[in-house]
Ligand binder design. Sequence first.
Ligand SMILES: Cc1ncc(COP(=O)(O)O)c(C=O)c1O
Length: 392
Amino acid sequence: MSKLAINGGTPVRTKPFLGWPVFGTEEEAALLAALRSGVWGSIDGTFVKQLEVDFAKLQAARHGIACVNGTMALSVALKALGIGPGDEVLVPPYTFIATASAALMVDAVPVFVDVELDTLLIDPSLIDAAVTPRTKAIIPVHHGGSPADMDGVMAAAGWHGLKVVEDAAQAHGSAWRGRPVGAIGDVGTFSFQSSKPINAGEGGMMLTNDDELDELLWSYRNVGRRRGGEWYEHVRLGWNLRMSEFQAAVLLEQMKRMPAQQAHRTEAAAYLSSKLLEIPGAIPLRVPDGVTAHSWYTYHWRWLGEPDGGLPKKQFAEALRAEGVPVFHGYTPLNRNQAVIDEIARLGGPAPVPCPNAEKAEADEILMFSLPILMGTHGDLDDVAKVAAVRA
Ligand SMILES: Cc1ncc(COP(=O)(O)O)c(C=O)c1O
């Protein structure tokens, strides 16, 4: 192998990868239509209402309630399910901080249930041991767009009487055993933040099949109003968490692009996996059998090459970046996040337990490519694989 770029050699790849989002005249026209309508708020507008209908249909849910972002969608879901002070909520540690901070925002304590090392998804076999008399809910995360094992989660939740909030922030278009995610549990929440498969810079969505929960989610998002009530009639304490018409106008157009983009990423992920499998020590994540559609929001893989003379994970990632491929380390497990630990202590909750798999994933194994890499051509992915094969 010629000299590595990190040691002053020539990078394998100098061409930039595709950018995200992809947009065109359709989004421009939609934004202009929203602007010229003169109705920019969702209360009297049409775009947010249409998005709620269309997105709920995409994910096979009865009700969709749009909101400001995926973080508040999770918090409002917990609030509507009656989760509050003194309650415990089971969450995986290997996820974005919002999964746990949403529970903390309603003064409930997140209790971590470790993930499987080869999927990074919550391990349902560990749920029983984490349940206490205070446990009220569980938040499975469809990590990277791969649905969590919803058979295992729903069975454990049923057994223990737990509410289920699916954190589907990354899982637009994903499905478990043919059923789109988001309304398998009590509520499902999505994010439309900049990096997501459907995005408007910011935005969120809550889905449910339950008519009463739909009313509550709508009300909490809308300053505690009630449908059909007076403007200054606030029947409960809620917040203004409404999405604007501009966001929904863009999202409706982005939704139309999504099926073809998701199909592209699905094919690209299979191609990339086949290429990585040719490299000693590079192991794609296992996609559980029940996953019938995957958003491929991100592509995580395991680096097990160090014992055979490869670089340790973090040095390896630096070497790959120097060769021109943006690769990331993944999350710091939330059971190790000091802000989360401090907040749990403030609430008097139990200190987070060790989560050996999430910790190992972060320390030694997991590397991640973000969505734009999977929007590339086979030529782009060949470059990615060529770079992943570099050896010190
Ligand atoms: C797993 C997960 N949960 C929740 C969120 C929060 O969504 P948002 O950034 O829209 O608040 C994100 C977004 O990044 C996420 O990836």
